[in-house]
Design a binder for this molecule. Structure first.
Ligand code: CS2
Length: 460
């Protein structure tokens, strides 16, 4: 079957891709970016008629996305799966893709291009190479970048590009992190400290915070076949997403930016309450369902949340432990928000795998769960259900031989040979890159974890 491209276009994108010039570099062009920021950027371009916001996507690791998109002139489709029939739309805002390991210099040069005024990032939690107090200077890749090779880490790429720029830049993290903008800025400061020099352009560089939300499961071969049937041409780069899409961006830019608010985003002075609600309600519950669901043998989040007991625990997590820690942003009704989150998880057409959400727990737990634990303990409460979520991760680590986590070797050697729940809790609580001393020292938390791991180890 013919391949999707500018000359084989069954459904034209809403903007003319040929008319777009590149004004945005996106680091980490996985499925999420293509189903989220790239879509909003295109909608904004349609609304304003501006043609300067095409996107250069950068793959940080493999050449897969480039090899999928290059023969398709950067075009791909978003296959939306809601409760009714699926719908499909071709997106034209990604204009080219660079593969960082193959050509690190091209990435730096593109970010340094004066026509580019915004860099966006979705590099996942581990892509930032952070330690608990800032940049992980023991990371060999960071050390190699600091030593002056053409940079391979995200922080190194941004630093090298800033050193070449005269114009200021806005760097917008779109990852699920607490205060992602200031967090990224601090990593850059640590990098420049280690380097012993700060590029002049850094001073005016802005790092707005942002909250992103859309469920985007990994694309499967069946999704590609379905897209081909719907489009009449093959699209090797199709991404699958739920209908829901939310993007809240701190309005703090150094220079020109796309009018993303015309594409459905919300620009605001303070993202923190949105971000906290999303990470603690949606992402924490997602992870709990992933661990408990995977332990019960469920393939997908939809199956897990439809299990009456697990669905009940998900509700309980939000109501008993999370909502009391939150100050909602204006206009957000937290119980109603929680109900919507669970409805979204129940979407049976999405096939979001529990194993996909379960990966990288060592970097996800501190962001989505441990803040809630800390706040509840500080308030003198027993954080019962959020401790169950952490305990489920512990048992998952113990029971998953092919654990997908940046700290897998350390976690696996910590739990190796353990059968006793108290020892499991001790072994994992002592991992200082995940648990801070206040949590390790809390007997309330430790006892709750022991109770829950005991129950999980005996009743699964
Ligand atoms: C998920 C998120 O994989 C995960 O860890 O919890 O990717 C989640 O689907 C998104 O944050 C939804 O916006």
């Amino acid at each position: 079957m013919t391949r999707l491209s500018l000359t084989n276009l069954p459904v034209a994108p809403a903007v003319d891709p040929n008319a777009l010039s590149v004004g945005i570099v996106h680091l980490g062009i996985g499925a999420f970016h293509r189903a989220h920021q790239a879509v909003v950027t295109e909608r904004a371009a349609v609304a304003t008629g501006e043609t300067r916001w095409g996107i250069t996507g950068v793959s940080q690791r493999s050449a897969t996305v480039r090899d999928q998109l290059a023969p398709q002139d950067g075009l791909y489709s978003v296959l939306e799966r809601g409760l009714g029939d699926p719908s499909i739309q071709v997106i034209g805002s990604v204009r080219d893709v660079l593969t960082a390991p193959e050509d690190p210099e091209a990435v730096v040069a593109r970010i340094a291009d004066p026509a580019v005024s915004v860099v966006t990032l979705t590099v996942t939690e581990k892509g930032y190479r952070a330690a608990s107090d800032g940049l992980n200077l023991d990371d060999p890749e960071i050390q190699a970048d600091l030593a002056g090779r053409p940079p391979r880490t995200v922080i190194g790429q941004l630093a090298a590009a800033l050193a070449r720029r005269d114009e200021s830049l806005t760097i917008l993290s779109c990852d699920n992190l607490v205060a992602n903008g200031p967090f990224l800025r601090k990593l850059m400061v640590d990098y420049f400290d280690a380097l012993g020099k700060v590029p002049p352009a850094f001073e005016a560089t802005r790092f707005p915070a942002g909250m992103v939300d859309r469920i985007v499961p990994a694309t499967t071969a069946a999704d590609r076949d379905e897209a081909a049937r719907m489009l009449g041409v093959r699209d090797e780069a199709v991404v699958v997403a739920e209908p829901f899409l939310q993007w809240v961006i701190e309005n703090d830019f150094a220079g020109p930016r796309p009018a993303w608010e015309r594409g459905g985003a919300v620009l605001t002075a303070d993202v923190a309450p949105w971000e906290q609600a999303k990470l603690r309600m949606l992402n924490a519950t997602h992870s709990m369902l992933a661990y408990l669901g995977a332990l019960r043998g469920y393939e997908t989040i939809a199956e897990a949340v439809r299990d009456e007991e697990l669905g009940g625990l998900a509700r309980q997590l939000m109501t008993d432990d999370v909502i009391p820690t939150l100050t909602p942003p204006d206009g957000l009704d937290l119980p109603a928000y929680g109900a919507t989150v669970l409805e979204r998880f129940e979407n049976p057409a999405l096939k979001h795998r529990t194993r996909q959400v379960a990966m990288d727990g060592s970097v996800k737990l501190p962001v989505r769960m441990l803040g809630t634990v800390r706040d509840r303990l500080t308030a003198g409460a027993e954080p019962h259900t959020i401790s169950l979520a952490v305990a489920a991760w512990m048992v998952y680590v113990l029971r998953t031989p092919d654990l997908d986590d940046p700290q897998a070797p350390r976690l696996q050697s910590a739990v190796s040979g353990i059968t006793d729940p108290t020892k499991l809790v001790d072994a994992l609580l002592s991992i200082d890159t995940i648990f801070t001393p206040d949590l390790r020292d809390s007997t309330v938390f430790r006892d709750l974890l022991t109770t829950h791991t005991t129950a999980l180890l005996h009743h699964l």
